[in-house]
Ligand binder design. Structure first.
Ligand code: GAR
Length: 188
């Protein structure tokens, strides 16, 4: 069975691209029905269009409430028979509306060894604390900020005073860990 997924992203979309390329290579057994971004014009839109994957750009502020925004998302997900929601740099807390429609079917990747450094700029937080090792976590999404059940983690050595190098190692690991973890999850 091929898992039908939607990828949610707010920014560059390198994780989206890694997932899409892994599917193209036949390694990840999934089908990206659509990409949803809460940031119209984000670079992920360009990446998705280049790969011929439908994108929906939905600015939350154009809805009267978060519930209305998520109800619209659910409507589109259901129209596209989406089974799994894959957050890939989606910088917004998922609300109860979407959580209850996709219980245990929403997955996130975060650039730290959770529970350390949840929230925004996890890499900057880790470097500011002077940790020597950081990493990447793939987890189920719940109502908290990066608090759901952990599925997989990997570690990365921090390159002291070199954010770009540390970030680059984290992204490389993210791309491998996310696709491998999703493959395990979809197989079961
Ligand atoms: C990734 O590092 C992802 O782990 C992080 O945003 C980045 C998106 O990069 N997500 C979070 O911090 C979620 N709390 P990308 O747009 O290139 O995939």
């Amino acid at each position: 069975m091929v898992a039908k997924i939607a990828v949610f992203a707010s920014g560059s979309g390198s994780n989206f691209q890694a997932i899409a390329e892994s599917i193209e290579r036949g390694e990840l057994t999934a089908n990206i029905g659509l990409v949803i971004t809460d940031k119209p014009g984000a670079f992920v839109v360009t990446r998705a269009e280049k790969m011929g994957i439908p994108v929906l750009e939905l600015a939350p502020k154009t809805f009267e409430s978060k519930v209305a925004y998520e109800e619209k998302i659910i409507e589109v997900l259901q129209e596209n028979n989406i089974e799994w929601v894959i957050l890939a740099g989606y910088m917004r807390l998922v609300g109860e509306t979407l959580l209850s429609a996709y219980e245990n079917r929403i997955i996130n990747i975060h650039p730290s060894l959770l529970p350390s450094f949840p929230g925004k700029d996890a890499i900057g937080q880790a470097m500011a604390h002077g940790v020597k090792i950081t990493g990447v976590t793939v987890h189920f999404v719940d109502a908290g900020m990066d608090t759901g059940k952990i599925i997989a983690q990997g570690t990365v050595d921090v390159v002291e005073d070199d954010r770009a190098a540390t970030e680059s190692s984290i992204h490389k690991l993210e791309h491998e860990l996310y696709t491998n973890t999703l493959q395990q999850l979809f197989k079961n």
